[in-house]
Design a protein around this ligand. Sequence first.
Ligand code: SAM
Length: 282
Amino acid sequence: MNLYDYSTINKILTAHGFTFSKALGQNFIIDPSVCPEMVRNLNADEKTGVIEIGPGIGVLTKELCKTAGKVAAIELDKRLFPVLEETLGEFKNAEIIEGDVLRLDLNALIKEKFSGMTSIKVCANLPYYITSPVIMALLENRLAIDEIVVMVQKEAAERLCAEIGSRDSGAVTVAVNYYAQAEMLFEVPKECFYPAPKVDSAVMKLTLRKNPPIDIKDEKHFFAIVKAAFSQRRKTALNCLSGGLGISKSAVSAALKAAELDERARAESFSMEDFALLSEIL
Ligand code: SAM
């Protein structure tokens, strides 16, 4: 069954009475080169368990099943289950899991579904309305996964993969870099989807770190400082930190001075070490 072909897709979807939901970010890949390229970058083999988020009609799931030992695909939209039964029928190593990825206990899922696997990875064309929460949940929960290859909106990929200290960086860049090494892999124009979204996409890879790049005593406080520092992009870190944390400008100014940081600078120019030092001082 060629899931890259419009008429095949339409035939299956019509037979099941399926209509696309914009709210659930349902834009399915129809370019035949994208999914194989994503899977090639995942380094999976028969001992790899893969969590897919949002299989849709199973176009990426199929490619994953050809390489990985087992694929557990989490789908929120129940209307797709009979479709997936038809499209993935031949793959005995695929299992569809009903639920919202942000509500499921992924630690329990890994234990239950992937016993005997030597490596667990995540691969997905993410529903864009939940890109950052999904990525942060995958990282913060310290799941037993080693790699994540995901497609997100191009702009989001640029921010997530930006160098800390560069103009494109933001709070999420610092957070992602704390847990993983982020790498932009390739761009995917909007024409590669059905229906076509308004913006282009990009595939990125996160390789999870065994240990954070710096020693942070209080992670919660560190991330609160980072978030506050980036809270208003056009303002100086001094104003953002003072407003965001509810402390006086003179206290923030003294902390910046102690960390040898320019109080007129914006947070995007700070390094991970600068944030670490600031969070210790403040
Ligand atoms: N993997 C397919 C592809 O690449 O063609 C579909 C990707 S489509 C961009 C996103 C998929 O995520 C849809 O199937 C949608 O129903 C599903 N989805 C949306 N929100 C979800 C959630 N909270 N948890 C799990 N799946 C979700």
